[in-house]
Design a protein around this ligand. Sequence first.
Ligand code: BG6
Ligand code: MG
Length: 210
Amino acid sequence: MKYQGVIFDLDGVICSTDEYHFLAWKALADRLGIPFDRERNSLLRGVSRMDSLSIILEKSDRAYTDAEKTALAEEKNTLYRSLLGNMSPADLSDDVRSTLQALRAQGLRLAIGSSSKNTPFILERIGLSDFFDAVADGNGITHSKPHPEVFLKAADLIGLTPQHCLVVEDAHAGVQAAVAGGFDCAAIGDAKDDPRAAWHLQAFSDLLGL
Ligand code: BG6
Ligand code: MG
């Protein structure tokens, strides 16, 4: 690999928490009588919790106060965290586990760059709390993807400039963030065909062929 470090998005890249995000937002939208489906859900990938809520409420026929929005985001997060509570190291796929170990064996510096404030909890659930060289997440940033802040912070924490790092993303907002920060991006899953990505992955293990 021509890179010295890899920065991974978390939800939808390392683990399939993106499905739990959908289920929790769907339950909230249904309760409020707001139309929401998987197509709308793809707009929320990579986007912060409050920005996600704003996108959902665009389809509401009433306005919500800031206090109501805070309560709604909290309601979604409570349900989401109860779903996360069922996760265990068995939820890390063999493909991801073996690829991460192979990249580590190649001497690459490995980091997380996620918009999620639940990142520490998720890493703990799947048994990766101590695996990465650095974790940049939604708790320590001011601007969510598509702003590049979280990736720039991750690169800084592993002591590399963007040109020496690869970002792995499943969200169009994340691909945009990577490119804006001067990183090459490997796109997977929902964003696999994003033309802004330098690489298009069918499987996580395709990283080993770059
Ligand atoms: C991103 C997800 O990783 O984290 C988004 O792709 C989510 O869907 C965002 O909204 C924030 O997550 P959290 O866990 O802080 O609500
Ligand atoms: Mg993602």
